[in-house]
Design a protein around this ligand. Structure first.
Ligand code: 3PY
Ligand code: MG
Length: 271
């Protein structure tokens, strides 16, 4: 099945959908990473999480970021700061291919997010898609209104104790596509050790709840090894790392090579 939304196609047609976290409001950073990566059909990225919850990104950056990412054949998924209708509407009107909301605690919370993402009669999204189609290559204005908007991905984060306790009911909400685990908040909100038994049991329960109703399960990962482990556990969608982690680690690694403290096996030329 092919969709104007790359991530929707990737979730249907590939075993794992890879993404990364964009925290800097830079289309140049997003495009630089995506231009160096293979197409998602060859195992590259199918989504970028545009982080307006904890990143330096805000409302006025959405349009440019969504367009840059969308025109690389990849889906911009905007994590809005909170599950407010007006925040979701602004991100969708600026061309988000999907919305992610933090801290979903109940089926009612999830149903509201679905409603905010869809036009009536399904939901309550206000109408004004003047700019939204621009981030979908080849989609004409009427095509966005008639078809594409209904395919935008609805992703909620499960990262609290009530979220875990209600996760089977949340997963069953119609129109919800993905349960996304925020492992850091999950541990803190549950007041359990990150990586400990209760934390891992909660993660497993969320994964199973999603799969038991045919929904997708996703998780934030702190690097490739973490992602690998979660793929082997059965996750459908993993983030690899963040832009800032790569910049910080990469710069430090080269500094250590320059100081003779570690070896580089890469022969680099140019920038
Ligand atoms: C968390 O770990 O809490 C997240 O939301 C990932 O960014
Ligand atoms: Mg979180």
């Amino acid at each position: 099945m092919s969709s104007p939304i790359a991530l929707r196609s990737a979730l249907s047609n590939t075993p794992v959908s890879y993404g990364f976290w964009l925290t800097l409001p830079s289309a140049g950073v997003a495009r630089t990473i995506l231009r160096r990566s293979p197409q998602y059909t060859d195992g590259g990225f199918s989504w970028v999480l545009v982080d307006a919850e904890h990143g330096l990104i805000s409302d006025h950056h959405y349009y440019e970021l969504n367009n840059a990412i969308g025109h690389e054949g990849v889906s911009p998924i905007v994590r809005v700061p909170w599950s407010e209708e007006w925040m979701i509407k602004r991100a969708l009107d600026a061309g988000a291919h999907g919305i992610m909301t933090p801290m979903c605690h109940s089926a009612e919370d999830a149903a509201k997010v679905v409603s905010y993402c869809k036009y009536p009669p399904v939901g309550s999204r206000g109408f004004g898609p003047m700019f939204a189609p621009h981030a979908f290559p080849g989609v004409k204005p009427d095509e966005y209104n008639e078809k594409t908007h209904g395919e935008v991905l609805v992703v909620v984060q499960i990262e609290s104790r009530p979220g875990v306790e209600n996760v089977e009911k949340i997963a069953a909400v119609e129109g919800l596509d993905v349960l996304f685990i925020g492992p850091f908040d999950l541990a803190k909100q549950m007041r359990v050790t990150h990586g400990g038994e209760e934390h891992e049991a909660a993660i497993e329960r969320i994964l199973n709840a999603a799969h038991s109703v045919g929904k997708k399960a996703a998780i934030f990962c702190s690097g490739g090894a973490d992602s690998r482990r979660r793929i082997q556990q059965g996750f459908d969608m993993v983030s690899i790392t963040t832009d800032v982690a790569v910049f910080g680690d990469g710069m430090l690694q080269e500094l250590e090579v320059a100081k003779g403290n570690s070896k580089s096996d890469q022969k680099k030329g140019g920038y």
